[in-house]
Design a protein around this ligand. Structure first.
Ligand code: AMP
Length: 298
């Protein structure tokens, strides 16, 4: 894997600071020649060395760079200098799904179904490319300016302990076979989709408990109950029940998720539940020009 040496920091106008991960900072930026808006993830080599993360990052960059799907955050390119590795990423203007979900409490069936269908499509694409287990949990999912969901984390940042503990304990999304340390395959993603679908509709994951050990026990027993509020349709519950199945070979396939009556009835084919006039009203703080298509540029 050779980095595109022709890119450097001087090709970008740096905008506002977006946030910080374990290995560095994320900034809004604009490629000077094209005006294309991106997010730059600046990772400090010293930190990578401290945590022995070099080869891990390299592998994850290779994976993400090879993926091109509307619901997978694009990694356009990357470059490095003495101190830093810089990832040039698609900018997700509406930020973390996690925060949107916490602010809303829970999503409507239309929104939830649209996200689940988008994720099922993205995962089917990843699986076809032999890319498994995307660690899909709300804090690894971003929303673009049109409200389309993007799988944003390809393992390397999510596997950092800081992220796991500070943002929220991630055991809620573990499939039973992982807890029981059995061999696991693509079907762990289908389990996680069931967990996310539940969390989108009810506001919290299904096996949540005060003690982590209790959560683990509830997952292994598939101790699934549906509260009476908020009121959720029986079709949605049917889909969740067909994904949260202990025997991984019996879980609904990604193709069958797309054919499920609840998805057919509720999911927006465009992948977005936001009206165009709301999109137009959305300002990107710190930047003036219109977004341009970066896929031509990189
Ligand atoms: P991370 O290093 O991935 O943990 O990201 C640090 C912060 O930047 C988090 O709040 C992310 O949601 C945000 N962030 C990371 N990548 C992007 C992106 N491509 N677009 C918008 N926000 C991002």
């Amino acid at each position: 894997m050779a980095a595109r040496q022709e890119w450097s920091m001087s090709d970008f106008e740096i905008g506002r600071y977006i946030g910080e991960g374990k290995f560095g900072k994320v900034y809004l930026a604009r490629e000077k020649q094209s005006g294309y808006v991106v997010a730059l993830k600046v990772i400090y080599k010293a930190k990578l060395e401290k945590y022995r993360f070099h080869s891990h990052l390299r592998r994850e960059i290779e994976i993400q760079h090879s993926l091109n799907h509307p619901n997978v955050l694009r990694l356009f390119t990357w470059f490095h200098d003495e101190e830093r590795v810089v990832l040039v990423l698609e900018y997700a203007a509406r930020g973390e799904l996690y925060k949107v979900l916490r602010a809303a409490g829970c999503f409507t069936e239309r929104t939830a179904a649209t996200y689940v269908a988008s994720l099922a499509g993205a995962l089917a694409y990843c699986h076809k490319k032999q890319v498994i287990h995307r660690d899909i949990k709300p804090e690894n999912l971003l929303l673009d300016i049109e409200g389309r969901i993007k799988i944003a984390d390809f393992g390397w940042a999510a596997r950092s302990n800081a992220k796991r503990h500070t943002l929220c304990g991630t055991i809620d999304y573990l499939a039973p076979e992982m807890i029981e340390k059995k061999a696991h395959d693509y079907a762990v993603d289908n389990w996680t989709l069931g967990i996310l679908c539940y969390e989108f509709l009810y506001g919290s994951p299904p096996f949540e408990a005060d003690e982590q050990d209790d959560t683990l026990r509830r997952i292994v027993r598939v101790d699934l109950t549906f509260p009476s509020t908020p009121c959720v349709s029986s079709e949605a519950k049917d889909l969740i029940s067909k994904l949260l199945v202990k025997d991984s070979s019996k879980r609904l396939s990604l193709e069958d998720i797309m054919k499920h009556p609840w998805i057919k009835k509720n999911a927006e084919p465009s992948g977005s539940c936001i009206k165009q006039r709301e999109v137009k009203k959305t300002k990107i703080p710190g930047l003036k020009s219109e977004q341009k298509d970066g896929s031509i540029l990189f």
